[in-house]
Structure formats: C-alpha cells, structure tokens
Design a protein around this ligand. Structure first.
Ligand code: FES
Ligand code: FES
Length: 169
C-alpha cells in the first residue's frame, strides 16, 4: 500500500454516479467533505459527523457507507453513488423518490438523501424486503422530524412497484 504523508495533497479519482471525476485532498479529508466541497456534490448531507445519524450515507462499490466515517483517499478508484445519481434522468424521479413524494415522506428533508441511499440499496439487494427489514435499515437513520411511518409506507410501496416492474419485463 502506498504511504502518504499527513500533509500531502493527493489526487483522488473515482466514478461518481457513473461519471469519472477527480479532485485533490489531504489524507485526513473525509469523503463527505470531499464530495461536498471538492466535487460540489452537496446532496450528501452531514449531521453528526460521527456515524450515528445516517445523513451522509452513500454507496461505495455497491455497499452502503457513512461518508463521514470514510476518508476520501479510501474511496480512490471506487464507484461512489450519491443521491444525485438516483433520478434516471433530469426531471424524472426514481420509483423510490416518487413514492417518497407521494407519501409525503419528508418534512425538513435534511435526512432524506441518506435515507434514500439506504433504502435504494436495500431494494436493489433485497427486492422482497418486508416492513421489518425496512424498519431495520431505517434504524440507522435519525430523522429529527420523526416522520418515520410515511417513509416506511413509501418504501413498501416502491418495493411493490419495483417487484411488479421486474415481473413485467
Ligand atoms: S453525518 Fe455521517 S452518520 Fe451523521
Ligand atoms: S425530514 Fe427532517 S430530519 Fe428527516
């Protein structure tokens, strides 16, 4: 493994939402700060900065990850997905995003990007996820508005639509 000095600024390259990007970072820079300040991907929010609230959740090489507990250098060469990549095209929401909208599953919305990333990953990995499993995943997210029930309803609705879509293909 390449050794990097603490104050050395290195170039980090990654595939962000399917696009090759690069930026500069000291080894101590968090992935959340790298995304927001170096790559201007401000959809990823930062709440607690110590792995508790889930607001900063992104996907790294297909796995859910806390961007506030990950150094930017650790994501070098990885595929990183953030909330900006969920919509299939400009002006069109993903099935999950649309279900969240229809169920009014957000209030201030600060926690929503992280919740969307976790639920999107869950529904991709486990299309048959039931309410208990959805609540289990939501347990990793603190929504201070406490509007969890509409989020669960939206996730169940989206899961049913996605299952139907995959059967109809
Ligand atoms: S900001 Fe990362 S878990 Fe709260
Ligand atoms: S919608 Fe307000 S903190 Fe989650």
């Amino acid at each position: 493994m390449q050794r990097i000095k603490a104050d050395e600024v290195v170039t980090i390259r990654m595939e962000l939402n399917g696009r090759a990007v690069e930026g500069r970072a000291e080894p101590r820079l968090l992935l959340s700060d790298f995304l927001r300040h170096e790559l201007a991907a401000t959809g990823t929010h930062v709440g607690c900065e110590h792995g508790v609230c889930g607001a900063c959740t992104v996907r790294i090489d297909g796995q859910m990850a806390r961007a506030c507990l990950t150094l930017a250098v650790q994501a070098d060469g990885c595929r990183v997905d953030t909330v900006e990549g969920l919509a299939p095209e400009p002006g069109r929401l993903s099935v999950l995003q649309d279900a969240m909208r229809r169920h009014f599953a957000l209030q201030c919305g600060y926690c929503t990007p992280g919740i969307l990333m976790s639920l999107d990953t869950l529904l991709c990995d486990e299309p048959d996820a039931d309410e208990a499993r959805i609540r289990d995943v939501l347990g990793g997210h603190l929504c201070r508005c406490t509007g969890y029930q509409p989020i669960v309803d939206a996730a169940l609705d989206a899961a049913a639509i996605l299952r139907k879509e995959s059967r109809d293909v």
